[in-house]
Design a protein around this ligand. Structure first.
Ligand code: DX5
Ligand code: ZN
Length: 221
């Protein structure tokens, strides 16, 4: 059973000089979650922002904060993100050293844990965690930057993960991140995705365009 599709705009593509207003505009435009990309310049070759900015953003949106940690190690910073207002916290298992401990830590803080698979990371990295996480995030670009092209080979991975999640019988969301557009969205949904991150496609055209952008990604034009 595939859940209703949720759209999670990534504020990586927002105007960083006006992040609060951008978060509010995207909330009013009908987004389901706000996706926050946290990069450390070490695990990925780019730097974004940390818990201070997450905390500053919190009053600007009522939506769940879908926090994507591209930092290594992640564990020492997870309590600060939880405290700042993150609702869902996802991490890359390669950030190490003990992915299951990271899941336990996120759960102990009352937050929803997710595991992220980069394009070159096999499904095996999440199999032993599937009974404990609330979300699996499949990256359809390599982590680090918005505006990259969708990597086709991940469609098969999405389909295989959908089958594994269905077999588990657990309520685990299958989220896709990278190169999601109104053209690629129907294809990842057909493969079994139920939650779509969109940076460039969600924020293009400025606040007046956000509702239309979200509708186009949902497939309602
Ligand atoms: C990339 C980030 C993505 C990024 C997606 O490392 O995890 O969330 O914002 O951007 P688009 O939708 O432009 O590919
Ligand atoms: Zn992301």
């Amino acid at each position: 059973m595939v859940n209703p599709v949720l759209i999670a705009p990534s504020i990586l593509s927002a105007d960083f000089a006006r992040l609060g207003e951008e978060a509010r505009a995207m909330t009013e435009a009908g987004a389901d979650w706000l996706h926050l990309d946290i990069m450390d310049g070490h695990f990925v070759p780019n730097i974004t922002f940390g818990p201070t900015v997450v905390k500053a953003l919190r009053p600007w949106s009522t939506l769940p904060f879908d926090t994507h940690l591209m930092i290594g190690p992640a564990d020492p910073y997870i309590p600060a993100f939880a405290e700042a207002g993150a609702d869902r916290i996802s991490f890359h298992p390669e950030a190490g050293p003990h992915p299951h401990r990271t899941v336990q830590l996120i759960r102990s803080l009352g937050k929803a844990p997710g595991v992220v698979l980069s394009p070159g990371t096999p499904i095996a990295m999440v199999e032993e965690l599937l009974g404990d996480v609330d979300l699996v995030l499949v990256m359809t670009v390599n982590p680090g930057f918005g505006g990259q092209s969708f990597i086709e080979s991940q469609l098969d991975k999405i389909a295989r993960l959908r089958a594994l999640i269905d077999k588990s019988g657990r309520d685990v969301r299958l989220e896709i991140d990278g190169g999601v557009t109104s053209e690629t969205a129907p294809r990842v949904i057909a493969a079994g995705a139920d939650t779509l991150v969109a940076g460039t496609a969600a924020f293009r055209g400025g606040p007046g365009a956000y509702a239309g952008n979200i509708a186009a990604i949902r497939g309602k034009r």
